[in-house]
Each structure stands twice: as C-alpha cells, then as structure tokens.
Write a protein that binds this ligand. Sequence first.
Ligand code: PLP
Length: 426
Amino acid sequence: MQLHQSSVAELQQWESELAREYAAHQAANLNLDLTRGKPSAEQLSLSDALDGILGGNFKDEDGNDVRNYGTLEGIVSARRLFAQFMQVQPDEIIVAGNSSLTLMYQTQEFAMYQGLPECEAWSKQGGPVKFLAPVPGYDRHFGVSQHLGIELVPVAMNDNGPDMDQVEALVAADPMIKGIWCVPRFSNPTGIVYSDSVVERLARLPKIAGKGFRIFWDNAYAYHILDEDAPELADIFALAKQFGTADNIYMFGSTSKITFAGAGVAFLAATPANLKEFLKHVGWSQINPDKVNQLRHVRFLKNMDGVRALMKQHAALLKPRFDAVLQQLSGLNNLGMASWTEPRGGYFISVDVLPGLAKQIVKMAADAGVKLTPAGATWPAGNDPQDRNIRLAPSVPTVPEIVKATEVFVTCVKLASVRQELAKRS
Ligand SMILES: Cc1ncc(COP(=O)(O)O)c(C=O)c1O
C-alpha cells in the first residue's frame, strides 16, 4: 500500500495494526544497538596474532631499534607498506600513531593557526575560515572543523560524490573556503564511491580556490569491500600531479578497521613539502609515534596481499550483516516512506525517511530498545535541516540481533509515516 494513495480509513486501520506491532516490540524488552561503526569482537579477533608477534625481535629492517626514541616520520618498513596501501611513494607518506582522525585534527589545526609551506595560516588571511562539508557526512570530521573555529558549508552528496557544480561555484566565489572533507570510497554514511569524473574535478579544484586550499581525502574505507566487483576509486594524487595541484591534497588512512580499532596504525600521505611542514609542527609535541606497534603491523600484515586477505575475512563477517539490514528494509519498498543506500563496501547504510521524521523515529526505536545514531549526526552541528537522514551501522550486533533491530526500525518508520500522513489529512 502506497502511503499517499491510501484513504484515511485505510491509514487509520494501518495505524492501529502498526501501533499493536510497535507495542509488541516494546514489550519484548530489547536491548539492541546499531549506533557506531566499529568492528565486532569477531573482527578484532582476526588480528589477535599481533599480540606477541615481535617475540623479542625489536629491530626494523634497517637496524632501527623500535623501542627507543626517534624516527618521527615512522619506520622504514611501515612507510613502504602503507605507501603501497595509499598508492604513493615511501617519501610521500608518514606513519604515525593509532588514529587518522588525530592526523586530520593536527593538519587542520596547523593550517589554521601555524601556516602552510606556501602561505600564512588560514586564520591570518582575514575573514572567517570555511570548509565544505558534503552531507550526509561523518560527524567527527565536522566536529574537528567546528572545534577549530572553522565554519562548515554543507554541499549535497550525490550518488557519485559531492555535487561538483555546487562545490566549484562556492570555491570560485569565496577564497576563504579552505578545503573540503571527502570520504571517497564507501563514504560515511552513504557508502557511495566517488566517480572518476568527480575525482578529476576535485583534483582540479585548487586551481580555482584561494590560498592554502586543501582536500582532506580520508580514505578510511579504501579496502573495506563487501562485493568483489565494488567500484574502484580513481587516483586523485596522480591526477593532481598532472594538474599541478598535488600540494593541495592530504590523504589519510589507518588500520583502525583492519586490525585493532583503538590500537592500529594511521598514516598521512602528501607531497614531501607538506610532510616536512607537518613534521616541523608535530615535532613540538612528540618525539616519535609508537614504532613498536608499527613493526607489529608490518610483521602481521606483511604486504598488500596480506591486507587484502585479511579484508576478505572481514567481508565474510560483515556481508551477512549488511544483507540482513537490506532484507528487512525491503519491507519498506514501494511505500513512499523511505529510501536507502545499498553500499558495496564500508560500514554504513544511510536511510532517508520522510522530512521531519528522523528524530521521532530514532526516539521511537530507542523507546522500543533499539539504539540508533542520533538523527542529525550526519550534518554539521547535528542539525539536519530536513530532519530526514538516519545512519545504520550493522557491524557489531549478530545477524539475528540485526534482523530484530531492523524489524523494529521498519515498524517505527511505517508508524511515524502513517501518523504524519493522517495528521496532514485531518
Ligand atoms: C570516515 C572515517 N574516518 C576516520 C575514522 C576514524 O579513524 P581512526 O580510527 O583512524 O582515527 C572513522 C571512524 O569511524 C571514519 O568513519
């Protein structure tokens, strides 16, 4: 039954059936959680061999004793491995501590307050500093900018990446727009992969931007494939080298969702000039990153074949969970109440419900024992102007738990939509 085509009598009957269904869910005293995108314990266990892997051998291949101070840029073997991972040269990457978000925070903070190789700090260029935020997007990206006093300008996220007509028009018109947040492969939360044309236009973007423009290329899910034939991502750095914009790109990655989420290894890839500037600033707060953990990762992952083999094991655990969500969401097919993404990789499914209902649906689900990411979290300052986007993160619960949680979610979407429609008709 299509929501808008139903008569008031049909809607009333539907509402009472759904209200009974919802009450039954509430009576079941559920305690389920689809909130944060983190690996399950089973996924983490895939990397348990990291523990003790060094067996007392603390020397890197160049004889560097990783237990001691020094080597701020990361150990040689880790830079070589993660250079392949990020498709750059070893002198175009530094390997750091456990969090790529920390690297994003630091690069943005240094650019904002300290300066860049080619120009003075953004904050000293006169006028409020702005950053483009494709929405829906990753709440913690938005949090970094906001915490540093950077104003976020939302731009629409399409099925092939950010709306580039909008992005180019904004950047060309305002030199105080200093960058854009990007999760280019299996974007958080929509799961889309930026198309070749979007990547090429992004690589050219600095040519029309103000001084010190930076593309924050957070490739957090680069290898997080659910389907073998998932779309590939074009190489922005190679394109930027062709267009003379390589200095405008910062690329980030980590093993947070490959090995241990809280104890992985993170990296920043950029031109040597940018890396030198970054190390100059970071060197005031740190003598070196945790090189012991870097060496553990090199010994454990070995090479890119090792990374890919591990990611296949992750996919085997994740795929049935995503399928379970999608199977339940299909109960909303053709009702005119919601649309959602069917990602080929990554950690999330993004659902758009009818305008004005996201917060209410999240609350209804919580009242029935199903925790969801707060509505609005995918927008700057947690404010989704249409109140319609909800992010589902199915990696942690078991498949039966996901089936139950999504069943409750679907009931909430239907009930809230039917009630909204009835209110409109009254
Ligand atoms: C897009 C994106 N970037 C970065 C992170 C966090 O990465 P890290 O653990 O390396 O700080 C996440 C975590 O959910 C993420 O979704």
